[in-house]
Design a protein around this ligand. Structure first.
Ligand SMILES: C[S@@+](CC[C@H](N)C(=O)[O-])C[C@H]1O[C@@H](n2cnc3c(N)ncnc32)[C@H](O)[C@@H]1O
Length: 314
């Protein structure tokens, strides 16, 4: 191995070793609202510090780290501006990763990651070890985090919601049920006025009378056994001509084909925090065929990173 290769490998490894600190720089920028005053403008450190109510010295160091990480540019003379990536950390942008950053760098989500090795070995989430209850039960007692989690899901869902009507003809159905619909973002694209909202536990049962069931980012929260219970209720609720529409990331068969490591980190976030798993097309086919469905099509929904898996009742 040449010296250049060794130097490059070491640099890449150090970036990974310090990666959790990099993500906390993102977290601090979001929590302190650093990106908001910068906006489209170029500001000096005391101006940012004054708006955020933070000391000038440490604010400068935060801005320098953010700059080194590509979130901002140093314009000289203690003046900084946001890059397009940094601008995504401003609050309020529909579909922007701002709230996603807030939730996925939250200590509640990050603490169980410090025990990833145990999650790899063990058979229950390290979240449960840390907090004593499963993730979604914890959310019931943490309204602020629950609101932020729903908002984060919503930000991730906006792109899929925008792509869905183009990718798939929903007009063929009389009624569609969005199970585990979070804050309803998927329905916010023009059909909210025709919706009824019901609360319930999808492990118990859910209502019928629909032609299609939509499950977005639900199955991946659960292992095959729990997913089987949800799918069993879906099958009972659907008529024989019904359709199951699953919107989730679909893992490529080979890691080399992956577009981003995020999909694999999300897959590991499941045994750490939630308990489920991301799945390949073959794994979806096996799971669905064991529960009364046949996968007919897998339709990518760019640029969302999600696919629409269409299944008919078998
Ligand atoms: C990852 S979120 C997905 C939300 C939404 N479908 C989206 O993609 O934006 C999973 C959803 O499942 C809901 N959920 C979790 N456990 C549930 C249960 N036992 N019964 C009904 N919904 C549940 C959560 O409240 C949350 O809204």
């Amino acid at each position: 191995m040449g010296q250049d290769t060794i130097t490059e490998a070491r640099r890449a490894l150090m970036n990974m070793i310090f990666g959790s600190m990099a993500s906390q720089v993102v977290s601090a920028c979001v929590r302190l609202g650093v990106a908001d005053p910068l906006g489209e403008a170029e500001l000096c450190t005391p101006e940012v510090a004054s708006t955020c109510g933070t000391p000038v010295g440490t604010t400068r160091r935060l801005l320098r780290a953010a700059t080194a990480l590509g979130l901002a540019v140093d314009r000289g003379g203690d003046r900084f501006a946001l890059t397009p990536m940094g601008a995504m950390l401003r609050s309020g942008g529909e579909g922007s990763p701002h709230t996603f950053a807030r939730v996925f760098t939250d200590p509640v989500m990050v603490r169980p990651w410090h025990r990833l090795d145990e999650a790899v070995i063990g058979d229950r989430t390290t979240f449960e070890d840390e907090f004593g209850v499963p993730f979604f039960d914890h959310l019931k007692t943490a309204p602020d985090l629950a609101a932020a989690f729903n908002a984060a899901m919503s930000q991730g869902t906006h792109l899929a919601a925008a792509a869905l009507p183009e990718a798939y003809d929903f007009g063929r159905f009389g009624a569609v049920m969005d199970v585990g619909g979070g804050d309803g973002t998927l329905r916010a694209t023009g059909v909210a006025s025709r919706c009824a909202v019901r609360t319930g536990d999808f492990f118990t049962s859910f209502p019928g009378g629909v032609d299609a069931i939509l499950l977005k980012s639900v199955l991946h929260d659960w292992d095959d056994e729990r997913a089987t219970t949800i799918l069993g209720h879906c099958r009972q609720a659907l008529p024989d001509h019904g359709r199951l529409l699953v919107v989730e990331p679909v893992l490529p068969e080979a890691v080399a084909d992956a577009l981003s490591p995020v999909v694999y980190l999300s897959d590991l976030n499941m045994p750490v925090n939630v308990g489920g798993r991301e799945r390949t097309r073959a794994e979806f086919e096996t799971l669905l065929s064991g529960n009364g469905f046949t996968v007919d099509d897998v339709i990518p929904l760019p640029p969302s990173g999600f696919c629409l898996i269409e299944a008919t009742c078998s």
